[in-house]
Design a protein around this ligand. Sequence first.
Ligand SMILES: Cc1cc2nc3c(=O)[nH]c(=O)nc-3n(C[C@H](O)[C@H](O)[C@H](O)COP(=O)(O)OP(=O)(O)OC[C@H]3O[C@@H](n4cnc5c(N)ncnc54)[C@H](O)[C@@H]3O)c2cc1C
Length: 480
Amino acid sequence: MTLSRRSVLQGGLALAVTGAMPARAEFAPRPVINDASRLNPTSVARHIALKAAPTDDVVGRIRQEIAAAAAEGRPFAIGTARHSMGGQSIPRDGVAITLTGGHIELDKAAMTYRVGAGMRWFEVIRALDPQGFSPAVMQSNSDFGVGSTFCVNSHGWPTRYGPFGATVRSVKIVMADGQLVECSRSKNAELFALAMGGYGLFGAIVEAELDMVPNVSLEPTYVRMDPSRFADAFLKAVETDPAVKMAYGRLSVAREALFDEALLITYRPAATQPSPLPAVVDHGALTGFSRNVYRLQTGHEWAKDFRWFMEASISPTIAGAATRNTLMVEPVVNLASGDRTRTDILHEYFVPPDRFKDFVDLCRAVIPKAKAEFLNVTLRYVDADATAVLAYAPQKRIAAVMSFSQEISPEGEVDMMTMTEALIEGIKGLGGAFYLPYRLHARRDQVRSIYPRSEEFVAAKRKLDPQLVFRNTMWDAYFA
Ligand SMILES: Cc1cc2nc3c(=O)[nH]c(=O)nc-3n(C[C@H](O)[C@H](O)[C@H](O)COP(=O)(O)OP(=O)(O)OC[C@H]3O[C@@H](n4cnc5c(N)ncnc54)[C@H](O)[C@@H]3O)c2cc1C
């Protein structure tokens, strides 16, 4: 065999490199985790998927991981679906747990159920449905975890309710020192108020005791109106008609004529209640078509108009009765896009009802200037929250849940940051709030003035978790 000079040199170089490097097996890249925005890839020391079977010792396992993180001086955070969009569930260089699964036990006499924190809402609904019950409050989609829902203190469209925390009787939390603490409005109430909407910064939630309500067949009523009439009509429907069990609003989103029209959709018990109620079903035949129309809105103003026509003119003629559970089980995937160059970013603002018209003006002044495509806004009624320290609705609010499609690029980021900062500044001026689980685009001074108890929150955090074991990128950005 003849050897060329080049092959001898290459062989020598390879040997030299191999000798100088640690053996290949010793090099293990750190895991990188991300969230639903796909804009927060972050390296962690360990990522542990903890799928809890009903009989597992979840508390023991979580205690062990918290102790290990503390011993290494690393942050620790739990996530479930990781749909928060600013790394709220991600501990940089820390120990990340993805907690799923768990147990569920109903107490029909008390109209409550105990549920493992890792359970997702579609699992909860599937367990409650055959027994004739339904969760009192949850988000509008069912992919999220129960523990995480408490940690963001989410809200939904069943009425008349405050945020999710209003329907939580108690939670069990593993604290930084490994203690398992049960807290409620009457027991360890200070911790309950800090952990509710506290983004996991006070401990690992392992179980919750929640209110449930009877499942029922509901029928929608659609009313189209001028946006200037919406707030009064919404409040009147929710506050004065006890038959209204679920309600939401929509506004038209075409750029040229932003928020030109409003739609109020209320659900009341159907005149005929089938017995037994039909089992919960995933969303039906229109899903594929609706999703395509929804996605076509990016770059196509006509599709925004068409979607509004479908929703405001066609839906009222075809929508029929559905059970509460079927209305609530909708998965996020129904809105999903296959375009990897863009991502959907949510915003949420909590508007004092008497400032709703000013909010409409604020959005008209800010949103059309942005490059981001405005896909949807849903309006919800949120009653006053007197408990959570980081309350976003200290008085009753109209929540505006907005979805934008953003290009994944530095320009797309700047555009989104600029629009978000302006909207937050505007809502601050109206005495409202923005929601914390999305991109971390608020300024710190905006966070402090919109969440006036944030100093108390931070002081309590430092007292109860002095080593700052429970940390995520939201803590780093807003509170550290
Ligand atoms: C399409 C879409 C629709 C949405 N609709 C609504 C809506 O209708 N209403 C609403 O209020 N919000 C809504 N949201 C926001 C949503 O409620 C939050 O993003 C929520 O965090 C999602 O749950 P998750 O399981 O993905 O939480 P994750 O992102 O996994 O976690 C959220 C937070 O909780 C902490 N955490 C999670 N589990 C635990 C635990 N066991 N112990 C301690 N800390 C924990 C995490 O560290 C993190 O800080 C929506 C979001 C999306 C993307």
